[in-house]
Design a protein around this ligand. Structure first.
Ligand code: HEC
Length: 158
């Protein structure tokens, strides 16, 4: 009886190990598309250093083309989850490709930035525990929202 249980367990472990190896060859690709410096949010808007620091610390990994990929983004199935979030984040708003958005969309996106952060929806809750310092403080929130409303007002009069 004991011997049979051992056999089953051994097969389960072998199959799990094989599946783990096989899935490494599948899934979405990790990319950092080239950045045109004339298209970035810094080139298009007036981004003060303290706002740039918030983007860098809390947003750029998913909303820019300068993602710092963590080691676990190389290991399926975790990589599928991480790469999926980055692709989705970039397609929602990409700070490296800000120049693609017309002024109305830029204003809308600025407003959404403040709203998402205020709601606690961004940065994603799956991100903050593994990225110490990425969670925004009340002061960061104020810095970001003051800036998004000032920039919205400024670009609407251009
Ligand atoms: C771990 C990846 C990740 C990080 C970090 C992150 N985001 Fe996102 N963001 C996403 C994903 C995925 C979506 C699209 C799905 C969703 O809305 O939840 C998104 C959507 C958004 C949207 C669009 C929401 C809408 O209604 O369409 C805004 C605005 C946004 N993020 C702002 C930010 C800001 C500002 C930061 C930094 C403070 C940030 N995000 C950090 C992944 C991320």
């Amino acid at each position: 009886m004991k011997k049979q249980v051992f056999k089953v367990v051994r097969w389960v472990v072998i199959l799990a190990a094989i599946s783990f190896l096989v899935i490494q060859f599948f899934g979405p690709a990790k990319t950092n598309p080239p950045i045109d410096p004339s298209q970035t949010i810094e080139a298009r808007l007036q981004v003060p250093p303290q706002v740039a620091a918030i983007f860098d610390r809390s947003c750029n990994d998913c909303h820019s083309n300068k993602t710092r990929w963590p080691w676990y983004s190389n290991v399926a199935p975790v990589s599928w989850f991480v790469i999926g979030h980055v692709n989705e984040g970039r397609s929602n708003q990409n700070l490296s490709e800000w120049g693609r958005y017309d002024p109305d969309r830029q204003a809308k996106k600025l407003q959404q930035m403040c709203e998402e952060v205020k709601d606690g929806a961004m940065p994603l809750s799956s991100y903050t525990p593994l990225h110490p310092g990425s969670k925004l403080s009340a002061a960061d929130l104020k810095t970001l929202c003051d800036w998004t409303s000032a920039e919205r007002a400024r670009i609407s009069t251009q």
